[in-house]
Structures are given as structure tokens and as C-alpha cells.
Design a protein around this ligand. Structure first.
Ligand code: K7E
Length: 662
């Protein structure tokens, strides 16, 4: 049942799932977790404790040099950390409800989680991509993917909030996403699983005949206006991670694909039979032209676009019904297959845009393709064959080189901008550093344990900062104080400023970090919004001054327009609410100052609290079930009189003649 392969004399047995491996046989298990018993103090690659400490020390009151945005995996959020300290600065909820600030619970934010499948309070967030200008991170936005119910989201880095979510139609899982082109023209998404497109009720055994993949090009350079510009229909394989080209290759994107065997059962064996699968090299300029020239067909598609309106601060939902679809035949010369050993997982492009590095995954080499050779091979028509209109280039014709014996399970590669590449090896649990052009390995360090992605600040751009590499690990084991069966996830920071990588720091992360990005703090600091301008608040239930506050009834619905300002609510006592009413507390925070949110909670509310930023209005829904007098209070400590910031709501029986006052 397991795949066998050899490296040196060791034969291993592996099964893979969700894009990474779990070693199953004893030998492989030893390799996978071989460092589990090494005491931290003897960690190879670690430098003297005081040396390391001084390199990650950020004095009290001082700021970190980089922001790091690490995906939270199955928590559906993004964790924001400072580097080099590893301090957690914020959690940004994107695809998951977050009680801490009411995201996905308040009436204004609930629609952000709306999909054509209904309101989904969770997803699996794997990858991040910072917006770019001329191939460099510009600090405006962070894009992230939802793996399970295909979506991409934009996080606005002036507010550190999710500002937009777009569902991806015609997709069977959105793992290979989001990737960004060098001027943020497009955010890219591939379908992880091929499915019937458009969806249909067909036997699964018709996989090879009826299942297709799509690559989606999401227009992303206008905030609030994300949409699928066009999709490219591709053969029924599994499509995965990608990078856009840079410099000379900036019009191209490179997606890995596997399961060219088109297996639909026992994938762990059947999808790994072929010696090579492919990297799909796609010219998005060509596709763009084809779409403009009317070569795309409009296909029915059902998907949603959710946007946080800038002035009402309320999410708006738009349902879309069709999408433009191109194929390799309707848009020739737009896609080529590059044969790549053994179910490639990651595809990464070096800062010059010349080298395309594949995570050979089950391969014993790291294959590197050359963009120059690729163009020549296209000119020379050095094709091995053609699959559904897609020319397959000859491996030898496009290969720049192979990194030999890198270790086991090469996954992802980042670059330091100084001519070196760093590849994560999941099974042998290490990072190897190798030289672009000569392909020789110059250093390796163990990671604790079972690294997935790795990340260098700016490592995906034309100008990596090249100071640190962060290992994003799958297994934590003994690195921290134990916390029952579930241990915290973990990242590790290595100094890469010298010839040898040096382990500086372990830091726990929130959720499972798959990928992340780090960026010079200055690029983001200067864009920060400190509060929302009350005068610009266009929420229909806003209270711009205490005298505008009040209560009103519309049948069984009671609206409470409430002002919050240090240190009271207005109104603070409300009477005349009846059992079974739907009470909507529209709380406006009247403060116009940085870092003064107010919270709001009422006993028995089955959603959560609110956290209301200065100048903003947020609404909590409450349906009292029993008569009584219920306290409400501010949940976010705001002043010395914070404890006094409270009030009561009196709930009377249905039909009571207590007048509504407040
Ligand atoms: Cu390799 Cu989801 Cu990017 Cu995790 S994936 S490792």
C-alpha cells in the first residue's frame, strides 16, 4: 500500500496526504522524527545561548525589524509576529469566527463568511501572499487562501482586517493559492482536486473522461473589486503550489501538478506511479489577450464576493452567476507542461526570474528549470508530446540543473538574494542551503521537527531581505512545556547572514503555520490607520453623539442605538423589551483616538461580544428567552472607570405594557 523508494541504502515506505507526508514505516519514522530526542541545548546549528539571545532581543519599548504573517492552517486565521523576537502581535481572523473581536458574530461581519454553501464559520488557511509593486513587497495587502471551500481573501494592512473575500467557482479545493504577479495584477488559484466542470452528477470512475482542473486569475489590484477575470480549463490532474515569474519571466506563472496518472482511488499508490508529473508554465499575458479578444466562453458559475464597505463598515455580499473560461485550444501558446520528477509539491522562482525550482517531493533531486531554456524549447518546438492541446517540453531541453542528494522529501524553496536557495526537507527534517547555478549544497541544519514551508523575509520577491529564514514546522514534540495531547505549533528562526545557518529561536505559533511572509516593518507602519473617522461613518444605525442614542420598536424587533465613550453607555438602562424580541444593539464608539476600543456584552447573548473600534458601529443580536433584568458591560478595559461602564436591560413578558425606554 505504500510507495517505496531508495536513497542510499535506506528503503522507505511513505504515505502522503494533504500536501505533505507522514512517514509510516519504522525507518521512515526514525528519519522523520529522528531529532525528537536531541536535547535542545545540543541542537546542531544552534549558537551559544547568549549570542542567540542577543540576536533576537528586542528591548522593552523597541520594535521588531520585520512583521511576519504566518498562516494559521486549520484555525482559519493569520498570526502576526514580530521578527526577530517571535512575539505574537495580533491574530487576524479571515475565514473563522473570532470571539475576541466578534468577527463573524456581529451583524456587520457575519456576511463576510457567507458562501453559496451558506455561512461557513471556518476554513483551512494555508498560504499568504503580500501585494507587490515591481516585484517587491509593498505592504498594502496580504492575500490568503481557504483550502476547503475555495476562497481567497484580502487583508488590508492599514487596518489589519479582512476587507474582502472571493469564492472561487469551478474549483475542487483551493490549496494552490494565493500567488501574486509582480505588480499585483492577479492573484492566482488552482484547483487541488479535479472535479466535473461545471459540476455534474457523474460516476467517479469517469474521472479521466469528465473531470477537469482550472487555474483562476483573480483581478486583485483594485480593493473591493476582486473578481475572477478568467479561468483556464486544464486536464483532470491535481494542481498545486505556484509562483509567478519575475523580471524576464514576469508574464508567466508556474503551477505544480501531480496525479497525471489520473488516479481516483488509492491515490497514495496510484498517483505516484509516473516517473514525472508536470509544472504547468502559463503565460497570463497571452490569456489576458485571448480573453480581451473574445476567445473566452461564458460558463455558468455560482460564487460570492464579500466586501467590507469602507463607510458603513458592514459587509456586502454579491452573488455572481458566470465566469469566462479559456482552454489551451481556444488560447494556444498559453500553457506548456514542464516534466518534473515525482509528484512535485512546491514551485518557486528565484529573484532573477530565471530559475524555477520544484519541490521534487518523492524525488532524490531538486530539479531546477531554466526560463531561458524554456523559451528556446518553445521556439525550437522541443516537444515530447501534446496533452489536450498542451505541448509537453523535453525535460533535458529545459533543465538548468539538479541539486543532488538534498535529503528526504524536498518541499519548498526560498531565496536570500545573494545567490543561494534554501529548501525545506520534510522527511529528513532539515533545511539545505545550496548555490544557484552550481547546484552544490553548502550547508544544512536540522529543524525541530518535520518542516513544511520555510520563509525568508521578502524571499518570494525580487529583493529578499536575506537575514533570517523561518522554519515552519509540523511537529513540536519536546520543544516546549507539554500541554496535554495537543501541543502548540512551532516556528524556528535561523540567522542566514553568514555562510552557515544558525538557529536563534523557537517560537510557538497559533494554529498550524503552513506558509508566511515577512516584510520590513517600515513598509507597513507608515500605512497604519489609527481610528475610523466618526464624521465619515455611514452605518444606517450610527449614533454620532449621545443625544442621538435611543431605542425604537418595529414589531418584534427592538433597535438600540447606543453610544460608547469613556466610561459609559448611552442609554445605560433600557426597559420595555419583551421575551422573544430580537434586540439589536448598534454600538457606536464615539472615541476619536488610537487604541481606545470599547467592548459590549450582555448576559445570555448566544453569539459573542462586540469589539468596536473608535468611530465604528457594530451590532450584537440578542434574543432574551426569560423575564428578568440583565446586565450589560464593556468587555475591553478602557479607563479607570471601566468597571462602571455598564447598564441593565429589563425584559418583561410578551404583551406587557411596560413602555420602551432607554
Ligand atoms: Cu506544503 Cu498546504 Cu503549502 Cu503545508 S503545504 S507544507
Amino acid at each position: 500500500m505504500h510507495l517505496q523508494f531508495r536513497r542510499g541504502s535506506a528503503t522507505m515506505s511513505l504515505s502522503h496526504r494533504t500536501g505533505w507526508f507522514i512517514a509510516t514505516a519504522t525507518v521512515a519514522a526514525t528519519l522523520a522524527y529522528g531529532y525528537a530526542c536531541t536535547p535542545a541545548t545540543k541542537s546542531p546549528g544552534a549558537i551559544g545561548a547568549s549570542d542567540a539571545a542577543s540576536k533576537v532581543y528586542v528591548a522593552p519599548g523597541a520594535h521588531d525589524e520585520f512583521y511576519a504573517f504566518l498562516s494559521g492552517g486549520f484555525n482559519g486565521q493569520v498570526g502576526v509576529y514580530g521578527l526577530p523576537s517571535g512575539r505574537l502581535l495580533k491574530i487576524i481572523p479571515v475565514f473563522s469566527q473570532f470571539a475576541e473581536n466578534g468577527y463573524g458574530y456581529s451583524e456587520e461581519t457575519k456576511p463576510m463568511l457567507e458562501t453559496t454553501f451558506g455561512n461557513i464559520p471556518w476554513d483551512d488557511l494555508h498560504h499568504t501572499a503580500l501585494s507587490q509593486t515591481n516585484g517587491e513587497d509593498d505592504g498594502r495587502w496580504l492575500f490568503v487562501n481557504a483550502n476547503n471551500t475555495p476562497r481567497v481573501a484580502r487583508v488590508d494592512l492599514s487596518t489589519f482586517e479582512t476587507s474582502e473575500i472571493l469564492q472561487i467557482p469551478n474549483s475542487g479545493g483551493n490549496h494552490g493559492s494565493p500567488y501574486i504577479t509582480s505588480n499585483s495584477e492577479y492573484v492566482l488559484a488552482s484547483t487541488r482536486f479535479s472535479v466535473p466542470i461545471p459540476q455534474a452528477d457523474v460516476p467517479i470512475s469517469d474521472f479521466a473522461k469528465k473531470f477537469k482542473g482550472t487555474i483562476s486569475f483573480v483581478k486583485a489590484d483594485q480593493p473591493g473589486k476582486m473578481d475572477v477575470s478568467f479561468q483556464l480549463l486544464v486536464p483532470g490532474y491535481n494542481y498545486d503550489l505556484a509562483r509567478a515569474g519575475k523580471g524576464p519571466s514576469k508574464d508567466w506563472v508556474f503551477f505544480t501538478s501531480y496525479n497525471s496518472e489520473q488516479a481516483y482511488e488509492k491515490l497514495e499508490v496510484n498517483a505516484s506511479k509516473a516517473d514525472k508529473d508536470f509544472i504547468a508554465a502559463i503565460n497570463w499575458r497571452t490569456l489576458e489577450t485571448c480573453a480581451k479578444d473574445g476567445k473566452a466562453e461564458n460558463w455558468p458559475a455560482d460564487y460570492m464576493h464579500n466586501v467590507m464597505d469602507e463607510f458603513t463598515r458592514t459587509a456586502q455580499v454579491e452573488r455572481k452567476q458566470s465566469v469566462k473560461v479559456l482552454t489551451p485550444t481556444t488560447c494556444p501558446n498559453s500553457i506548456y507542461f514542464l516534466p518534473t520528477p515525482k509528484s512535485p509539491h512546491g514551485a518557486d522562482v528565484d529573484p532573477s526570474g530565471e530559475y524555477i525550482v520544484a519541490g521534487g517531493k518523492l524525488a532524490t533531486v531538486i530539479p531546477v528549470h531554466s526560463f531561458t531554456k524554456l523559451q528556446q524549447a518553445i521556439k525550437d518546438q522541443a516537444f515530447e508530446t501534446t496533452i489536450e492541446g498542451i505541448p509537453v517540453l523535453k525535460y533535458e531541453a529545459i533543465l538548468a540543473g539538479e541539486v543532488k542528494d538534498p535529503g528526504l522529501g524536498p518541499l519548498h524553496t526560498e531565496f536570500d538574494g545573494k545567490g543561494y536557495a534554501y529548501t525545506s526537507l520534510f522527511i529528513s527534517s532539515e533545511i539545505v542551503k545550496w548555490k544557484l547555478g552550481t547546484w552544490e549544497i553548502v550547508d544544512r541544519v536540522p529543524t525541530y521537527y518535520s518542516i513544511g514551508h520555510l520563509m525568508i523575509p521578502g524571499g518570494a520577491t525580487t529583493k529578499p531581505a536575506g537575514k533570517y529564514v523561518v522554519a515552519l514546522n509540523k511537529i513540536t514534540k519536546d520543544r516546549y512545556l507539554p500541554t496535554g495531547p495537543e501541543l502548540t505549533q512551532s516556528a524556528q528562526l535561523y540567522d542566514i547572514s553568514g555562510d552557515k545557518m544558525k538557529l536563534l529561536l523557537d517560537f510557538p505559533t497559533t494554529g498550524e503555520p503552513h506558509y508566511g511572509n515577512a516584510i520590513e516593518a517600515a513598509k507597513i507602519e507608515k500605512l497604519q490607520k489609527k481610528f475610523f473617522t466618526l464624521a465619515e461613518n455611514r452605518h444606517p444605525q450610527v449614533t454620532k453623539a449621545e443625544r442621538e442614542a435611543g431605542v425604537s420598536r418595529n414589531g418584534k424587533v427592538v433597535h438600540v442605538r447606543m453610544a460608547a465613550i469613556r466610561s459609559h453607555f448611552a442609554p445605560d438602562n433600557i426597559e420595555g423589551v419583551q421575551v422573544g424580541d430580537t434586540v439589536l444593539f448598534h454600538v457606536t464608539n464615539l472615541e476619536q483616538d488610537w487604541d481606545i476600543p470599547h467592548g459590549f456584552a450582555i448576559q445570555g447573548a448566544t453569539t459573542s461580544e462586540l469589539l468596536v473600534m473608535p468611530g465604528e458601529t457594530r451590532t450584537l443580536r440578542w434574543v432574551p428567552k426569560q423575564i428578568g433584568v440583565y446586565p450589560m458591560y464593556c468587555t475591553d478595559f478602557c479607563s479607570a472607570l471601566h468597571q462602571e461602564m455598564s447598564g441593565y436591560v429589563r425584559v418583561s413578558p410578551v404583551g406587557s405594557n411596560v413602555p420602551l425606554v432607554g
